[in-house]
Design a protein around this ligand. Structure first.
Ligand SMILES: [Zn+2]
Length: 302
């Protein structure tokens, strides 16, 4: 049901309406105006990097480019850090490239828009932890799961520097919801017995090693959020569990979770030319972002 916003929850507050329009504008900028952005559409990839960098600067932060090269072409992860009382880092990441042939509105304009919205709202806040927002390049194939993946380079550099990262959160495709029967599928048939068959919730996924973080994040989300959520700590060999930047952090022993609408297991336009801004459910997308904002604030206090 493209473009249809069905929500059983209470109407949005005034702040949430402001946030919703901010999210819509940023998804429109990335997937509508800039469009497909990857190594085959290199000027667009760089336009997206510039947009993210300018958005961080506009929020009063000082972005830094974490650069590496692939066959002579520079690729940039973009980070913005807010120092806290402790050097321990809560890292919120989202990849900003789109898969070949797709403008990537939901995958992953939604994750980037959410990360920017959170950075803008948290910019002035001196918390207990250091907060770091990172936009990752080259998450999609052929870099996916390779050593040239942006987050793979980034996480190795974190490890080499000795960064302490007790919390890594990957925002990956978070804007599509459906109330239709059987709109939700699962990578393994067994999971369908335990989890809902209607795609109206936001998912939290982690590997077994990240189970404590996963359960904590889901409990905090449920305390605050006005949208249903499901969480699962699963062996990373189950398809989908490791399908984003959290995997790069797992490889170095950092706990990481992915927040997702489950992408291929729900979204009919996954990795297609039709992954356009009009497909997102901006009301429910907003409720995910406000809920995650509270999760980050509460994780910071721990
Ligand atoms: Zn993605």
């Amino acid at each position: 049901m493209p473009g249809k916003n069905i929500s059983n929850s209470a109407p949005l507050s005034r702040d949430e309406v402001t946030l919703r329009e901010e999210l819509r504008a940023d998804v429109e900028k990335l997937a509508g105006e800039i469009g497909e952005r990857n190594m085959w559409h290199y000027p667009q990839l760089n336009a997206a990097a510039d947009f993210i960098e300018n958005s961080f600067s506009g929020a009063g932060l000082r972005p830094r480019r974490d650069t590496y090269e692939i066959r002579g072409q520079s690729c940039h992860n973009i980070e913005a850090e807010i120092k806290g009382a402790s050097p321990e880092i809560i890292l919120i990441g989202a990849h900003y490239d789109s898969v070949f042939g797709s403008p990537g509105a939901n995958d992953n304009g939604s994750g980037v828009a959410a990360m920017l919205a959170q950075a803008r709202r948290i910019a002035g806040h001196l918390g207990k932890h250091t907060l770091r927002f990172v936009a990752f390049v080259n998450e999609e194939p052929p870099y996916f799961l390779s050593d040239e993946m942006g987050s793979s380079i980034y996480a190795s550099r974190c490890k080499a520097r000795g960064d302490k990262i007790p919390v890594m959160i990957s925002l990956e495709t978070i804007g599509y919801f459906s109330d239709a029967p059987n709109s939700q599928t699962y990578p393994s048939p067994g999971l369908g017995i335990f989890y809902p068959k209607v795609g109206n919730f936001i998912g939290f996924v982690g590997n077994m090693h990240s189970g404590v973080l996963l359960r904590r994040a889901v409990a905090l989300f449920r305390k605050h959020a006005k949208i249903p959520s499901e969480g699962a700590a699963l062996p990373s060999f189950i398809p989908g569990v490791s399908w984003s930047d959290q995997r790069s952090f797992w490889r170095h022993g950092y706990p990481g979770i992915m927040v997702t609408d489950t992408a291929p297991f729900r979204y009919p336009y996954y990795h297609s030319a039709n992954d356009t801004p009009d497909k997102l459910d901006y009301d429910r997308f907003t409720l995910v972002v406000t809920g995650m904002q509270k999760v980050i604030e509460d994780l910071d206090k721990l």
